[in-house]
Design a binder for this molecule. Structure first.
Ligand SMILES: Cc1cc2nc3c(=O)[nH]c(=O)nc-3n(C[C@H](O)[C@H](O)[C@H](O)COP(=O)(O)OP(=O)(O)OC[C@H]3O[C@@H](n4cnc5c(N)ncnc54)[C@H](O)[C@@H]3O)c2cc1C
Length: 465
């Protein structure tokens, strides 16, 4: 039996390939009502994408002679029950490093052991397994550059061929109605993932290293939702980029981002507490503002800072945001609105198609300065300077904030500086058509630094010696 979770594909699937080589196979996906009820899974767009992905996986399995069996319930009960129905001798699955997945894996392993069914785990979700990168004193890496050096010295296995044929008993399947129906914001499934990868490797990747930060060009791969649900794998990406050969500049830059993805997975595995608290103990007691209205204005893209608003509106429209804009909107929530990064992390999880416990937590803690590789706490991103640097003509802002479409270039990132004549000519009255800035960035910057410093000083006083 193969128990699918976040590995919705048939190619480069070591667990499926191994099970199929041993004989008959039943392919199971468990819909978990308890998991779907969690806050981070109040995520209609990602669940719609998941549903379409499961349908696409079923179609691929049918082409090979099998089908996807969907069952609802607690995996610790469902997996052994289906294994019994199928007469399975072993259950195969892909390793997943999130705290929830590991706890669920342990419960399923214990239940299967009682039935004398073997549970076998396989790689595939990441490029280099944590066991291969123990880090100094076996404690893993806390700094990306050291991790990347070690990571890059490992050979990534070539993608595993899909089984040429599957056979197995026909079992009954539940429906997918717990998941929202309808067309997802992007096409789901392994074929869509591989078509995008192929296209990007042919036409986009050469410009990637120069263009990846340019908001107007929108020149990144957009593979993240597919990687998130395992519709394609890091190994497939690496080999499409040219591995095992030496990589050119663009492909090497993209491959480095896959290393970030691995890095945050390794980190969450070794330090599962970061899912709840700051990685840096000295920054666990920052005095955050409650400010529900500020949070609502941020979510709605109504802060009065054009780049922040463009990023949040891109999130609402597309379920995806450019990495540079993610950094700017996250920094604004934490350092300008002084709102706890965990509230932003939840909003992202609920709205991103690629919402992922490891990368999202890593990105938020990095931006908040509470995580690995953190920039010093007194370095605060300016939403204006970032906009001037990465969206100089305001193209990205105008794409997502139509009220500002006719604002002159010189004012696009500071529309509150428009004179009444300019507002009239640009068809945008500040305070009526577009909000005035919700907070004063330079004042809030000072306040944020003060609050971080207080948390750090208070922590130092409690430390012995
Ligand atoms: C606050 C914040 C939250 C984030 N939340 C998520 C999240 O929930 N899920 C997610 O996949 N990424 C997250 N990221 C990382 C990054 O923004 C996205 O992976 C990237 O924008 C996805 O677009 P792409 O596929 O075009 O990326 P590309 O630039 O084409 O990169 C290729 C792949 O590399 C991986 N990758 C790229 N950058 C990063 C990174 N900084 N950290 C980890 N992996 C990376 C992704 O899998 C991506 O698909 C977050 C970043 C920040 C700053």
């Amino acid at each position: 039996m193969v128990w699918f979770r976040r590995d919705l594909r048939v190619a480069d699937h070591p667990a499926l390939a191994t099970a199929a080589a041993r004989g008959d196979v039943v392919c199971l996906f468990v819909l978990e009502p308890k998991l779907l009820a969690r806050r981070h899974h109040q995520a209609p767009e990602r669940l719609r994408f998941l549903r379409a992905g499961l349908t696409a996986l079923d179609a691929e399995l049918r082409e090979l002679g099998a089908r996807l069996v969907v069952r609802r319930g607690d995996p610790a009960e469902v997996v052994p029950r289906v294994a019994r129905e199928a007469g399975a001798g072993a259950v195969h699955f892909t390793r997943d490093f999130s705290p929830y997945a590991r706890q669920r894996g342990r419960a399923v392993a214990a239940a299967l052991a009682r039935e004398r069914v073997e549970l076998r785990d396989f790689g595939g979700d990441i490029a280099v397994e944590p066991g291969a990168l123990p880090g100094p004193k076996g404690a893993g890496y806390q700094v990306f550059t050291a991790f990347f050096r070690a990571w890059g010295s490992h050979t990534v296995s070539p993608p595993v061929d899909p089984p040429s044929r599957l056979s197995g008993p026909a079992l009954g399947s539940d429906h997918l109605d717990d998941l929202p129906d309808g067309r997802p914001k992007v096409d789901a499934g392994p074929s869509a993932a591989l078509a995008l990868l192929d296209e990007f490797a042919r036409t986009g990747v050469d410009a990637y290293s120069q263009a990846r930060d340019d908001l107007a060009q929108d020149a990144t791969s957009r593979l993240s939702p597919y990687l998130r649900l395992g519709m394609c794998t890091p190994s497939q990406v690496g080999h499409a980029l040219g591995l095992p050969g030496a990589l050119e500049e663009g492909p090497a830059a993209l491959w480095r981002q896959i290393a970030w993805r691995d890095f945050y997975r390794h980190h969450l595995l070794r330090r599962p507490e970061v899912a709840r608290v700051a990685f840096r103990p000295e920054l666990r007691s920052i005095a955050w503002e409650r400010d529900d209205q500020g949070l609502a204005a941020w979510v709605a893209g109504e802060t009065g800072y054009p780049l922040v608003d463009a990023g949040m509106r891109q999130l609402a429209q597309e379920g995806w945001v450019h990495n540079r804009a993610r950094m700017v909107v996250a920094s604004f929530l934490v350092k300008d609105l002084l709102i706890d990064w965990r509230r932003g992390e939840t909003v992202f999880m609920q709205r991103l198609l690629d919402g992922d416990p490891a990368s999202n937590n890593g990105g938020w803690q990095w931006t908040a300065g509470t995580g690995t590789d953190a920039a010093p706490y007194f370095r605060v991103l300016s939403p204006i300077r970032q906009a001037e640097r990465f969206d100089p003509a305001g193209t990205y802002v105008r794409r997502y904030v139509p009220e500002l479409r006719d604002v002159p270039d010189a004012r696009i990132h500071k529309p509150w500086k428009m004179t009444p004549e300019e507002q009239r000519a640009g068809g945008c009255r500040i305070g009526a058509d577009y909000p005035s800035p919700r907070v004063d960035h330079s004042r809030r910057r000072t306040e944020a630094v003060e609050r971080y410093r207080s948390a750090r000083d208070a922590f130092a006083e409690t430390e012995p010696g």
